[in-house]
Design a protein. Structure first.
Length: 191
């Protein structure tokens, strides 16, 4: 199986990166091939609403560092999105990527719900969300907002790994239940 992991945090040693790296290590230990991208290290623009991906091409036409990432996602079996919560949302780096996934939808996605995605069906999504706020009701709307889009793309199997109350880098290492969830999710996906 192939895994593509996107680090959405500008902090390479932050809590979301730690959890994502731990998940990827568990996946590799079970034989998965893992490819990672740190979105903060790439130069790219958000979706330009040019509609070229619907009118003339079957993919995003912007030529920047996100092109290889989108191509890797097309080929993956499991996509890992890891982001801290910034101002009640995923990071701008992650949001820019998510906006560009519009190119995965077919031109007839609005009128033909049976043929919405250009991606192969049967993919899995692992969404890692970390936040400073300890209250689990805070920002619990982020994943439910994005899950339907990825379902449209063929990611029928979704897994949320969420750590609350982790304001400092390394705090997540003390969250035993979250660390266990990372291992259990890898076991479910990779046997």
């Amino acid at each position: 199986m192939k895994v593509v992991c996107l680090f959405g945090s500008p902090k390479s040693k932050g809590n979301s990166a730690f959890l994502a790296q731990r998940f990827c290590a568990a996946a590799e230990a079970k034989g998965a091939e893992v490819e990672t991208f740190s979105l903060n290290e790439l130069t790219y623009r958000g979706c330009q609403a040019c509609m070229a991906c619907k009118r003339k091409h079957d993919r995003c036409v912007l030529e920047d560092d996100l092109g290889p990432v989108l191509n890797a996602v097309r080929q993956t079996d499991v996509l890992v999105l890891a982001s801290p919560v910034y101002y009640g949302e995923v990071t701008s780096q992650m949001k820019g990527f998510i906006d560009r996934t519009f190119s995965f939808l077919t031109p007839e996605f609005k009128t033909n719900p049976q043929n919405m995605s250009r991606l192969a069906a049967g993919k899995s999504l692992v969404f890692i969300q970390v936040q400073t706020a300890d209250d689990e009701s805070s920002f619990n709307d982020i994943f439910p907002r994005y899950a339907p889009f990825f379902k449209w793309f063929g990611f029928a199997d979704h897994h949320l790994i969420r750590a609350c109350g982790v304001p400092n880098p390394g705090d997540v290492k003390d969250k035993e239940e979250v660390l266990k969830q990372v291992e259990e999710t890898a076991s479910v996906l990779f046997g």
